[in-house]
Ligand binder design. Structure first.
Ligand code: FES
Length: 105
């Protein structure tokens, strides 16, 4: 079973199972984490912002211009390991990924 190690906004640590054909945002929401995802995954709201730990951040597909723009507009703390979880499709290669839900904007 592939795993996601996530820390919620309040510091709660949870272990979730990866699910094929779902985005990271969908898996985190299913797991009850505080991901709002107001735009439903269309890269417009940035309320699915997470920080991805090393070395996983380097293994992800690069941000699109749309994702970068959405993060910039979000207004909360954006870091070099910031990503929109709706833009990351789950696959087995992400087994063991570690992430933290970003603070509310
Ligand atoms: S859910 Fe809105 S940008 Fe990810």
């Amino acid at each position: 079973m592939s795993k996601i190690y996530a820390t919620d906004r309040d510091g709660t640590k949870v272990e979730l199972e990866g699910r094929e054909n779902m985005s990271l945002m969908e898996i985190l929401r299913l797991g009850g984490l505080s991901i709002e995802a107001l735009c439903g995954g269309s890269c417009q709201c940035a309320t699915c912002h997470v920080f991805i730990d090393e070395p996983w951040i380097n293994d992800l597909k690069p941000q699109t211009d749309f994702e970068e723009a959405a993060l910039e507009e979000e207004g909360s703390e954006v870091a070099s390991n910031s990503r929109l979880s709706c833009q990351i499709k789950w696959h087995e290669g992400l087994d063991g990924i570690v992430l933290t839900v970003a603070p509310e904007a």
